[in-house]
Design a binder for this molecule. Structure first.
Ligand SMILES: Nc1ncnc2c1ncn2[C@@H]1O[C@H](COP(=O)(O)OP(=O)(O)OP(=O)(O)O)[C@@H](O)[C@H]1O
Ligand SMILES: [Mg+2]
Length: 506
């Protein structure tokens, strides 16, 4: 008898419905799997047979053919074990095809018949819903994740025999649900801005960066607090909306980086890869393409500490995702796209010894060394960073001052107000913040009055701004005006934006 069970293949962040067709044929008992399966899928035969046997069910006595359709899509990983097993149970007459019906099924089987975790459950559940499925069976450990998708019955699978009994009606399993309405909160073990002494101008720059999602680079001597400031940044970013949280969780689900007991990520990601990171580690890739750090930082912060230490090639690959907010990875079977809309925060010393320009400690580097060090970050990459800010050493008076600064919470509330203006501005478009604006939107929303226009004209020639820098300055001015709650960009907004442009340190 021919059986048909539905499952799903994951391609990047998208999924394709896979029909698992199982047919019995004459001949010695064995299973043949066709339909572009990878090694893990080929090996599922062994797991499936043991699981069926150890669940007290009958293993097939004849040859079984399994076809995974459409054959053009590569099937990867062990998630087809459970649908293949159920297909065999139908094909051998142990299960009624009507009962399995229109259910989408995923799960890896272990030899004893228990169902194990698979990656990418959230995007799979989303695909199921989009394709009109009303019920999905997923591993018990991943059920809460699938339940994030509304209007979908999620049946948690612990063992093959439980699922068998569910379909025969002996003991039905209850769908799980998940309450999405709890507040999305912040990680409260971050250092609060109020405990970081001095550096008021850096905090202001970080606030502007957070308000419009602008990239920022901090330059200063060792121990001035660059790393500390960057790590405190997530607390001043606006809270994630449910849609954003789902968006981020999808990436982590695919990368298999969701903590076991956390179905939904509620904090904005903060990724801080080490400078020895590989190309594939940063942008994504590998045999079984997985999102890289830039995608794991989607809707959060990508912090590159000690920026010049990153390999030049590694840094150059950031250029395209910074502009496009996504990354496309080409493979022999076609290309995959992962989102990568992150806020880039970089930190660096001005020279190898770290003290160039420091008023207290003398720099011991040769002039040539300093230039070479700074040249490790290319012009095009620097051009993409809107805010360049110097972080000088904190003096003793400031460091020992008992007065605390402004808490992160109140900075965050200003950032949120500025973001709300942006959401309203971009309502009905795919844009969410000022940094996302293209030339059309810049023309529409970043009008300068005559005084600012004059300032811009002289800045263009004196600071030798590129066309990109010109647009970036306008976007930054828009954010500064938004923080001030003003509709028109005034001269002082533009002036602040201009002073964040890179200065020649030499
Ligand atoms: N402004 C500050 N307020 C309070 N503590 C500070 C401040 N700046 C630095 N510190 C202290 O100094 C430590 C080192 O700071 P941090 O690691 O951020 O320096 P850095 O600028 O990243 O240095 P490096 O260039 O060597 O990486 C912090 O963990 C903190 O204890
Ligand atoms: Mg540091």
């Amino acid at each position: 008898m021919l059986a048909r069970v539905y499952s799903c293949a994951v391609l990047g962040l998208d999924g394709v419905i896979v029909e698992v067709e199982v047919d019995t044929a004459g001949g010695l008992p064995k299973i043949v799997v066709v339909g572009l399966p990878d090694t893990a899928v080929q090996e599922s035969k062994e797991r499936v047979l043991s699981a069926i046997k150890n669940s007290g069910l009958e293993t097939p006595r004849r040859k079984i053919r399994v076809n995974l359709a459409p054959a053009s899509v590569r099937k990867e990983g062990p998630a087809y074990d459970l649908p293949i097993a159920l297909g065999i149970l139908i094909a051998t007459g142990q299960l009624n095809p009507q009962s399995v019906g229109d259910t989408l099924i995923i799960g890896e089987l272990s030899l004893d018949g228990s169902v194990r975790h698979v990656r990418g459950v959230l995007p799979i559940a989303a695909v199921a819903r989009e394709n009109g499925f009303e019920q999905i069976i997923v591993p018990d450990t991943d059920a809460a994740e699938a339940a994030l998708i509304p209007e979908l019955d999620v049946i948690p699978a612990r063992t093959l025999s439980e699922i068998y009994e569910h379909f025969t009606g002996t003991s039905e399993l209850e769908p799980v649900s998940f309450n999405l309405d709890e507040d999305l909160v912040f990680d409260d073990h971050l250092t609060d801005f109020k405990d970081i002494k001095g550096q008021e101008h850096v905090k202001r720059a970080l606030e502007v960066a957070a308000a419009g999602n602008h990239n920022i680079l901090m330059i200063g001597p060792p121990g001035s607090g660059k790393t500390l400031l960057a790590r405190s940044m997530p607390a001043i970013l606006p809270a994630m909306s449910i849609d954003e949280a789902l968006d981020v969780t999808r990436v982590y689900s695919i990368a298999d980086q969701l903590p076991a007991d956390v179905p939904l990520l509620r904090y904005r990601p903060f990724r801080s890869p080490h400078h020895t990171i590989s190309h594939a580690g940063l942008v994504g890739g590998g045999n079984w393409p997985s999102p890289g750090e830039i995608s794991l930082a989607h809707r959060g912060v990508l912090f590159l500490d000690e920026l010049p230490e990153f390999g030049q090639r590694v840094l150059e690959v950031l250029r395209q995702p910074i502009e496009d907010k996504l990354v496309t990875i080409s493979r022999a079977q076609g290309s995959l796209t992962f989102p990568a809309n992150f806020l880039l925060v970089g930190a660096m010393n001005p020279c190898p010894c770290g003290y160039y320009g420091d008023p207290v400690k003398a720099c011991t580097c040769q002039p040539g060394t300093i230039t070479r060090y700074q040249k490790r970050i290319s012009g095009p990459l620097l051009d993409r960073i809107d805010i360049h800010i110097e972080v000088p050493r904190v003096d003793y008076e400031k460091l020992t001052d008992d007065r605390t600064g402004e808490p992160s919470k109140s900075i965050q509330s200003r950032v949120e107000t500025a973001r709300k203006r942006q959401w309203k501005r971009f309502e009905g478009t795919h844009l969410t913040c000022n940094a996302d604006m293209g030339p059309t939107e810049i023309g529409e929303f970043c009008q300068l009055d005559s005084a600012s226009e004059k300032l811009m004209r002289s800045a263009m020639s004196q600071m030798q701004l590129s066309a990109r820098a010109y647009h970036r300055v306008l976007k930054l001015s828009r954010t500064i005006a938004d923080l001030a709650g003003e509709d028109v960009i005034a001269v002082h907004h533009l002036a602040e934006a201009l002073q964040y442009r890179p200065k020649d340190l030499m």
